[in-house]
Design a protein. Structure first.
Length: 247
């Protein structure tokens, strides 16, 4: 079992949707195996299936004046923000495939819990204590005294015929002021944070490069999903690798 990983740099959000759609089609047909695509987007707000437009603090006209698009999607969850300095991951997995060497169904909730686990372990790599919060999907910093937990990664997926799309958004060096445009994930009583703010000052600045963060996330995905990780240079490298490995 092989997990192919690609880091694509900055990609427009709608282009990212098109990439996901192509990969989902290939995964459903068996032309490729599981894939984790990581990238960053220009500023955009996305609405999940459960989103309420009352969680947009600014009007769409005001957002458009700032060059920020609002896009409705089929992922779970409410409204979220994507922008520079945020590592976005799109795992295209067949949940009916082998899990830990056995052929079994991995439920969508279990899949989300495993994404959370991979990100929590990534936070530990950075010296940041993170956790789950009951009833609130995503990854949160642990409370410290009077400082309440803050959300550092949002998660929302879609599943079609057993194949996943969408995924996670990890704030690395994100400008958190942009979250003031929304009520993030519809949660008004907790704030958001980033690796840049939470990471110990002893960590070198280079550790906060998005590709470095992507490499650390990929390593933890491999451990949590018990699979070999194969780093690819481009989407063009994807299909031949998996076709040959399944021959």
């Amino acid at each position: 079992m092989v997990l192919s990983v690609l880091y694509l740099g900055r990609v427009a959000y709608r282009e990212g949707l098109e990439i996901q759609a192509r990969l989902v089609t290939l995964r459903k047909s068996g032309a490729i195996g599981d894939v984790l695509v990581m990238l960053e987007h220009p500023p955009v707000l996305t609405l999940g299936r459960n989103a309420g437009r009352e969680n947009l603090v600014l009007t769409e006209d005001a957002l458009a004046a700032r060059g920020v698009e609002v896009v409705e999607t089929n992922r779970g969850g409410d409204v979220t923000y994507h922008g520079p300095g945020q590592l976005v991951g799109y795992p295209i997995f067949d949940l009916r495939g082998p899990v830990r060497g056995e052929r079994k169904w991995l439920g969508p909730v279990d899949f989300v819990r495993q994404i959370e686990e991979a990100l929590i372990r990534t936070m530990a790599d950075y010296g940041v204590a993170a956790e789950r919060v009951a009833g609130r999907t995503g990854v949160w910093t642990q409370p410290n005294g009077a400082i309440e937990e803050k959300k550092i990664a949002a998660i929302g997926i879609h599943v079609s015929a057993g194949v996943t799309s969408h995924g996670f958004a990890l704030n690395v060096t994100t400008d958190l002021r942009d979250f003031s445009w929304i009520v993030p994930c519809g949660i008004s009583d907790r704030g958001v944070t980033s690796l840049e703010l939470e990471s110990p000052t002893s960590n070198p600045v280079s550790d906060l490069a998005l590709q470095t963060a992507a490499e650390r996330v990929a390593r933890q995905f491999g451990r949590v999903f018990d699979t070999q990780v194969l780093w690819l240079e481009s989407l063009d490298d994807l299909a031949p690798v998996h076709i040959e490995s399944e021959a």
